[in-house]
Design a protein around this ligand. Structure first.
Ligand code: NAD
Length: 457
């Protein structure tokens, strides 16, 4: 059986930091004090100490939201880039020093502690006893290593989507989080968007009848990068390229390989299939009622790549199809929408994404809530949900198994997309979602295993 609802009886252990240890031991001596260790106590002791690892495009956005909503204390920031212009946009100035300055400014303005640790090695963040939880917003090829080490160090984890870089890593992340009783929130913030929740739950509840087809969109690769014959560049003195590469193959430096644009290179990510696909396909699974598991068949219908020798090697345009045991067909295709999920059922259709929410009949959207903006935006809600769960030990909105199932679907599709120049259309691969592998398809299975370098392999 491929599709299982997630078992919410997993054990999430109470936080065992220095502060909760002290609070708990005080509570043993003085039961009245125990009430202070809890969700709504509102004392300085209840504030969650968080380390932010990766302070680039997404990490800075999360840090800003965390500080603006005063969700806890930022006790550490970590990045291998001291600070530079040129992330998603040329004028974006991010990295370690801008992050530390942001904490000083925003926490200071709220009268909160501003003395946070500043690190270029994430292991030093994990060493700290005042770090209860970490927010991991580094390129995908680092997600699993940092998550497993953080879980083993007793930290709760907010790990950006896609949960994993390679399929086997997802299983290791599940094991580490569950073994350690850690809270793990996958950064699929649509799970905390009331609009997405409304649509997915309405579809699950049968509002459009029986779902027959789901069409998801992922944006085109919107950056083309240097073409064949590109030349390496000198590494800036403010950037630790060796640490950035970590487990990835040793390649000559080029600025377009790293900040933000890493997602267009298979050594570090999976292109838009794992970037936007981790949202749109995650919503597809959500509406289809699949919390774990995946399709039984995957087929690449179309894949276009840049010329051989280009720095970016991920597909610029793609289309793939999956079939599920329930009979549902999922089509995922490149488009201008970046993130969109459309559910087609026997009684109509509903779609939602970054460009809004529509339906075959407006009555299907009766009760649609507002999206939430500013301090109530889905990213802030998702972070707040994580911090709540750190305190209450409840399951977060996007648990590790859910993050794995969505990432696994994207990785399986990418394996066939990468083989497409050899196979052409018509290569239908059978997928064993229980074991995250193709059935009797060695070539496709080989594509699931990435190159890793010691000591991180
Ligand atoms: N949820 C969302 O909507 C959303 C949006 C954007 C990005 N993301 C995810 O966030 C992650 C980061 O993406 P981004 O756009 O911020 O990339 P980015 O390149 O802008 O930022 C990543 C940062 O991590 C740093 N870094 C790399 N290796 C490191 C290491 N070993 N230790 C510490 N820091 C390290 C880099 O120097 C960089 O500053 C990706 O997994 C991406 O998919 C999620």
């Amino acid at each position: 059986m491929n599709h299982r609802r997630i078992d919410v009886r997993h054990h999430i252990l109470p936080r065992t930091t220095r502060r909760t240890f002290l609070a708990t031991t005080t509570a043993l001596a003085c039961p009245a004090a125990f009430a202070r260790v809890g969700r709504a106590a509102g004392t300085a002791n209840d504030r969650v100490g968080v380390g932010f690892i990766g302070t680039g495009n997404q990490g800075m956005g999360l840090l800003k939201r965390f500080l603006a909503a005063d969700l806890g204390d930022v006790v550490g920031v970590c990045d291998v880039n001291r600070g530079s212009l040129g992330y998603k946009e040329p004028d974006h100035f991010y990295g370690l020093e801008p992050a530390a300055a942001l904490v000083a400014q925003m926490a200071g303005a709220k009268g909160r502690p501003t003395a946070c640790g500043v690190f270029d090695d994430f292991r030093r963040v994990l060493d700290r006893t005042d770090v209860d939880a970490v927010v991991i917003a580094v390129p995908d090829h680092w997600h699993a290593i940092m998550t497993v080490m953080a879980a083993d160090a007793g930290k709760d984890i907010y790990c950006e989507k896609p949960l994993s870089f390679a399929i086997a890593e997802g299983r290791r992340m599940i094991e580490a989080a569950r073994r350690g009783g850690r809270v793990l929130q996958t950064g699929s913030h649509e799970r905390s968007n009331p609009v997405s929740r409304f649509v997915c739950e309405a579809v699950r509840a049968g509002r459009i009848g029986r779902v027959e087809r789901v069409v998801t969109k992922v944006g085109y690769n919107n950056k083309t990068g240097p073409g064949p014959g590109w030349r390496p560049m000198p590494v800036p003195p403010t950037f630790d390229y060796r640490r950035w590469l970590g487990p990835a193959p040793d390649r000559p430096y080029h600025a377009d390989r790293c900040l933000y644009r890493f997602r267009f290179n298979y050594d570090y990510s999976g292109g838009q299939i794992t970037n936007f696909g981790a949202h749109s396909n995650d919503m597809a699974h959500w509406g289809m009622g699949i919390d774990t598991g995946g399709p039984m068949e995957v087929e690449c219908l179309e894949a276009k790549f840049l010329p051989a020798g280009s720095l970016f090697d991920t597909a610029v345009e793609t289309r793939f199809r999956c079939r599920y045991e329930s009979g549902v067909e999922l089509i995922c295709e490149s488009g201008p929408e970046s993130v969109q999920t459309r559910f087609e059922g026997t009684g109509g259709w509903m779609q939602t994404g970054y460009r809004g929410t529509t339906a075959s009949d407006p009555a299907l959207l009766d009760g649609l809530p507002p999206k939430g903006t500013g301090s109530d935006d889905p990213h802030t809600r998702h972070l707040a949900n994580f911090i709540d769960c750190v305190r209450t030990r409840a399951e977060p909105a996007a648990p590790v198994e859910v993050g794995h199932a969505s990432a696994a679907l994207c990785h399986a599709a990418n394996a066939l997309i990468r083989l497409f120049p050899e196979t052409g259309p018509g290569h239908v691969a059978r997928w064993d979602a229980e074991h995250d592998r193709f059935i009797d398809d060695d070539a496709a299975n080989r594509m699931l295993v990435p190159d890793r370098r010691d000591p991180w392999s």
